[in-house]
Design a protein around this ligand. Sequence first.
Ligand code: HEM
Length: 205
Amino acid sequence: MKSILVALLLGLLLLSSGCIQPKEAPIVAEKAATTEWKADGIVGESEYSRSMLLQGPARQGYSGGEMEISWKNDGEYLYLALNGSTDGWLAIGFEPLEWMKNADIILASVQAGKAMALDEYCTGNYGPHIEDTMLGGTNDIEEFGGSKGAGRTVIELKRKLDTGDRFDKSFSPGQAISIIWALSNNSDISLKHNVAYGEGIMTLT
Ligand code: HEM
């Protein structure tokens, strides 16, 4: 009993000292998505119904950066925009088991004016992540496009909520999806994130 009280007291002291900051969840902005969705690399004012800004601090090995995720869904499709502070690759991973393991990853970049978005799956804690098609699955990013400028890369894409591929997580309307994200200033997708990485929750409508 005494040791529990001491542990509690120490925890309170650490929290109040500012050494441990309780993490604040990012604010999710909501609006009516009234304009037509287009994979043109421009996130329109009313193109998505929800968005949130995820930030990663500068620290050893990481320059620090942010990614804004915007999304909307109907009963069949998820429409997604990733807007990251990078000239290299950016990625989102759905529902990792732990670290990066078993995350259903979308890895994207815009190089020489051409957007690419890969439907991948991560098999280990820190990779490797490879294209679903190489694991015997299917490429289920049905449409995508992107743009790059002023140190930012924007990718827009759509996929089915339930693609039927075992290397894609299946979603339902209203679901809270746990996500990971990462940015690298390298265009080479085999090179590790070096701008920022983090996690979040993306709740479907
Ligand atoms: C390109 C190849 C990649 C390699 C070699 C790689 C490697 C690693 C390594 C070694 C770590 C441990 C932490 C560190 O060393 O900084 C890590 C952590 C992490 N990676 Fe990756 N990664 C890759 C791609 C990705 C992608 C595409 C994503 C996002 C979809 C991602 C998300 C994360 C996250 C969120 C963590 C932190 C996990 C945690 O501590 O809970 N990584 N990665």
